[in-house]
Write a protein that binds this ligand. Structure first.
Ligand code: G3P
Ligand code: MG
Length: 359
């Protein structure tokens, strides 16, 4: 879908409300669309109410994700209408804060493509290290075809400056080993180990950024699955053991994604810009400032529609958005007693019911 496929909205039709949709458990279960999703998004398009997608998923470019979603949901979507878990990392690519980054997670080397797309110049992945040093991950699952198609020949005389976890690992054993090696390396040099104890044991030798904190997420299995938050817990536990941290110490890291306000503020900027494009502005790339909430938003109320109280609902409440919780994903009614983050609008069977409750 190109933007040309969108109807131009007249400027006076500015909507005082807007929607932010989670994807997994709201619009999709795994790769399968949730039946009511098409109707809910069509209803908003018909009423000229802007919406964007805010997902803790990722591992591909925004363009590829919306192309897939447009086909699955039969709804026109633009790459300017989505924030994935790692989308805010584009700001670090622009700032050139890190030269060489180790990107982890996702299918094949799709995350490398996404990182290069943001402007990172030197992107290494665990498969590159295992291709050069197969014994680095003795039980790796890569095939000769994988090495041929997805691995790069890398000059390992240059250090890795940061570890960016773009999505859930596919070869968890390899990613656990390589990430742990780098956190305990001598200044990011592959194949080295810093001597311990170090001055600040919680501080890894290079920074690590996790792009979401989801302990669980909903695919098309009947039970929720471990997410990137579970991977972080494994890395933290091994780092604690390696560095003999005390009970009160833990690996220093940065975590993006819902429910953190940085991610919701970033999404709010995206929504404001998308609204302009919907109302006739030329399609344009824009780069929100990280960590800065939009002032003078054109929206009186933002509605977050999600399936996970810990990420979607908690994040919405943190950002003073209204929140709608659905039964089509992680959340189950029997969890209500233990659910700390209660939706401000209510709990609905599916996304269409949730949207109809407020438009
Ligand atoms: O990795 C996907 C999972 O963490 C949840 O994605 O769309 O429900 O935020 P989403
Ligand atoms: Mg979800």
């Amino acid at each position: 879908y190109s933007l040309r496929g969108f109807r131009r909205y007249s400027v006076e039709a500015q909507s005082p409300i807007a929607f932010v949709f989670d994807i997994d458990g709201v619009l999709l279960r795994g790769k399968k669309p949730i039946p009511q999703a098409h109707e809910a998004l069509s209803l908003l398009n018909d009423k000229k109410i802007p919406f964007i997608l805010l997902t803790n998923g990722g591992g591909v470019t925004e363009q590829d994700r919306v192309k897939f979603l447009s086909e699955k949901l039969d709804i026109p979507l633009s790459k300017h209408q989505i924030v994935q878990s790692h989308t805010p990392m584009e700001a670090w690519a622009r700032s050139e804060q890190f030269q060489r980054v180790l990107v982890v997670g996702g299918e094949n080397d799709n995350s490398r493509t996404a990182a290069l797309n943001y402007g990172f110049k030197d992107v290494v992945m665990p498969i590159d290290i295992v291709k050069a040093f197969p014994a680095a991950s003795p039980h790796h699952r890569f095939t000769a075809k994988d090495f041929l198609e997805y691995a790069k020949d890398v000059d390992f005389l240059k250090p890795v400056d940061a570890i960016l976890v773009f999505n859930d690992p596919r070869d968890m054993g390899t990613d656990i080993q390589i990430v742990s090696d780098m956190l305990n390396s001598v200044d990011g040099m592959v194949g080295t180990k810093r001597s311990i104890p170090v001055e600040i044991p919680e501080k890894p030798s290079i920074p690590i950024v996790f792009s979401n904190n989801d302990f669980l997420w909903a695919n098309d299995y009947n039970l929720p699955r471990f997410g990137q938050g579970a991977f972080r817990m494994i890395i933290e536990r091994l780092y604690t053991e390696t560095n003999s941290l005390s009970k009160s110490q833990t690996l220093q890291s940065t975590i993006l994604g819902k429910p953190f306000k940085l991610q919701h503020d970033y999404a709010h900027w995206v929504l404001i810009e998308w609204n302009k494009i919907l109302h006739g502005h030329q399609e344009h790339d824009f780069r929100p400032q990280l960590g800065k909430a939009p002032e003078n938003s054109p929206f009186k109320t933002l509605y977050m529609v999600g399936d996970n109280p810990e990420s979607d609902i908690h994040g919405a409440i943190n950002s003073n958005w209204e929140s709608i919780l659905l039964r089509t994903g992680v959340y189950k009614d029997e969890d209500w007693k233990s659910t700390k983050h209660r939706p401000t609008v209510g709990v609905f069977d599916n996304v269409l019911e949730g949207v109809k409750a407020v438009v």
